[in-house]
Design a protein around this ligand. Structure first.
Ligand code: GLY
Length: 362
């Protein structure tokens, strides 16, 4: 097991336990569990019994009574109403400011349970246990909690760090290939925006990770999680231009996801958003054609299935201008100057965006 921590500017620690087949964590991180009066394990109602058993084994009862709460499994259920229901459950069970939520599941579970933890009694401790590949390298790390507002994804939320993030790749053992491929959309993003060492780890392990190789997945998760947490520690609230680099490919990716109305997994939408951002970067004269080719080959390596998105460019334009990252009117994208070097650009011409839109959905 690797205990990893990054220090935020106000001296708080972001702590993570990374590895495969982790031991019980109550003994490894005694300060987190000291004085905790109650624990609620939150999972998706579709979680297999093996997931609950593994999550419970990571947090054995240490005298505190455990409660279990099952969230509806779909992204559509990531609502204020579901967060309120979870809070009402905690209240009915006598949860106090000394209680703890353990959120074990995909991005929907960690986003929603983290959000509930941040508002219940003005905030109680929580532990994030992402169990999907995508969650272990991105969604379950960094303390962005959220629920959706109608159709607008993650419109309500908080920055609220978990006391501990736990990425145990044993949770990934039974994931179907499509889920690994979706997670790999975020993985290749790190190869594009991260430092050379991270890029080497990812390119070396990518095809093995896609075929479910345990050691390749563990290497990728550990390297990406450490990188992401270091970025978050430097810019926790996404105000200093560092954390927004993690959104490379996401402005277009979120638009593709919305246009597909549930038919495009998040990571596949991101992979297409990465291709979009690479084409714009090249055609705007920022990214050398040779670097474009190297980075675009990483998207090719995912062997994405057809996108199932209607090629409605007008709708795409309206969605990208509504993006949280657009910060007002017009469009704003994170682009790539070179591997590992991003730049924000705004008000890019429609003609250039259209070519990238068509290239990304091919
Ligand atoms: N997923 C991007 C971030 O956590 O900032």
């Amino acid at each position: 097991m690797k205990n990893f921590s990054s220090t935020i500017r106000d001296q708080r620690l972001i702590q993570a336990a990374l590895g495969r087949g982790l031991p019980p964590l109550t003994g490894e991180f005694p300060a987190i569990f000291a004085g905790v009066d109650k624990v609620c394990l939150v999972t998706g109602s579709d979680a297999p019994a093996s997931l609950r058993a593994r999550a419970t084994a990571l947090f054995p009862e240490g005298g505190q009574p455990h409660s279990y709460y099952w969230l509806p499994p779909s992204e559509k259920a990531k609502t204020l109403n579901e967060a309120a229901k979870l809070c009402a459950f905690l209240f009915s069970r006598g949860f106090s400011r000394n209680s703890l939520i353990v959120a074990a599941g995909g991005g929907t579970v960690t986003d929603l349970a983290g959000f509930a933890a941040s508002i219940y009694m003005r905030g109680i401790k929580w532990v994030s246990v992402p169990t999907s590949f995508l969650g272990q390298i991105d969604a379950g790390l960094g303390g962005k909690t959220a629920v959706n507002l109608g159709g607008a994804k993650n419109m309500l939320g908080t920055f609220y760090q978990p006391a501990l993030s736990v990425c145990d790749t044993a949770f990934l053992d039974s994931l179907p290939h499509a889920e690994l491929r979706s997670g790999a959309g975020e993985l290749v993003k790190y190869a594009m925006i991260g430092p050379a060492g991270l890029r080497r780890t990812i390119t070396k392990n990518l095809s093995h990770a896609l075929s479910g190789d345990k050691s390749a997945l563990t290497s990728c998760v550990a390297a990406c999680a450490e990188f992401k947490l270091a970025v978050v520690a430097g810019d926790e609230r996404d105000e200093r231009g560092m954390r927004e680099t993690l959104n490379f490919g996401h402005t277009a990716g979120h638009a593709f996801e919305a246009m597909a109305e549930g038919r495009l997994p998040h990571g596949e939408a991101v992979a297409r958003g990465l291709r979009f951002a690479l084409i714009v970067s090249r055609d705007a004269g920022l990214l050398k054609p040779a670097d474009f080719k190297k980075m675009d080959a990483l998207v090719d390596a995912l062997h994405l299935p057809p996108a199932k998105v209607r090629a409605d460019f007008r709708r795409f334009l309206s969605l990208v201008s509504m993006d949280k990252k657009a910060r007002g009117a017009g469009n704003r994208f994170i682009l790539l100057r070179a591997p590992g070097r991003t730049a924000a650009a705004r008000d890019i011409k429609d003609s250039l965006l259209k070519k990238a839109f068509e290239g990304a959905l091919k």
